[in-house]
Design a protein around this ligand. Structure first.
Ligand code: B16
Ligand code: MG
Length: 217
């Protein structure tokens, strides 16, 4: 039997979540706003625009539209500078192997990311060809926790949404997967991802027969 396997990008396939955090922290500092690592969990999976809106809310600040746009351009430039340093070694442990095993058993694979930088990052990591479909921040109009990104991915894979498994590191992403009626697997800390059907610290922590287990669900 087959399932549609849908992967989030930042924090699931590659450790770019830390780059986003550093870049947002710098931006916040420039506006005299501080936010914690705990608050940063709420920025994961969230679009660039919505992230800055949240940071401004936390700091009780308003800025004009021009400054808002400038800050976002600057954040993305700093983020992309860090992305430049990525190599295949930055693929998170166990992910490459997991993808290869899925391909071996001819399972459909998609990316479902909020990022507008998803395609160049996958190219840089040399794994873009492992994905049958890519849905990213340039394709969707409703950001996670809206299920749109994952529903589009299921459509492109020609898979029923009930037969899809989503791997996510963000609260918003797990909520989006659940809203889509898909199986949600959290990657990260249990305490942050309570709404997921199951949580693993990483792909290297999954049982050896985990793909078979998922195919039986
Ligand atoms: P960009 P994901 C999300 O990617 C990140 O988790 C989130 O922190 C980021 O703000 C968002 O992409 C937008 O990314 O600025 O590159 O368009 O986790 O959904 O793969
Ligand atoms: Mg993520």
């Amino acid at each position: 039997s087959k399932k549609g396997f849908i992967f989030d990008l930042d924090g699931v396939v590659v450790d770019t979540a830390k780059f986003h955090f550093v870049a947002w922290q710098r931006l916040a500092k420039s506006l005299d706003i501080n936010f914690t690592e705990k608050e940063n969990e709420q920025l994961k999976g969230v679009s660039r625009v919505r992230s800055l809106e949240k940071i401004l809310e936390w700091g009780n600040k308003t800025i004009d539209q021009e400054t808002f746009d400038e800050k976002l351009v600057q954040k993305n430039e700093e983020y992309l500078e860090m992305v430049e340093t990525l190599t295949q070694d930055d693929i998170l442990p166990g992910v490459h192997d997991f993808l290869l095993r899925l391909r071996e058993s001819e399972q459909p694979i998609a990316l479902g990311s909020a990022s507008k930088n998803a395609r160049p990052i996958l190219e840089k990591l040399g794994i873009i060809d492992l994905f049958d479909a890519i849905v990213d921040g340039t394709d969707v109009s409703n950001a996670k926790p809206d299920p749109e990104v994952f529903l589009q991915a299921a459509d492109l894979l020609h898979m029923n949404k009930r037969k899809c498994v989503v791997f996510e590191d963000s609260i918003a992403g797990i909520q989006a997967a659940n809203a889509a009626g898909m199986i949600s697997i959290g990657i990260g800390k249990e305490e942050n991802l309570k709404e997921a059907d199951e949580v693993f610290a990483g792909f290297n922590e999954m049982p050896a027969d985990y793909i078979d287990q998922l195919l039986k669900k």
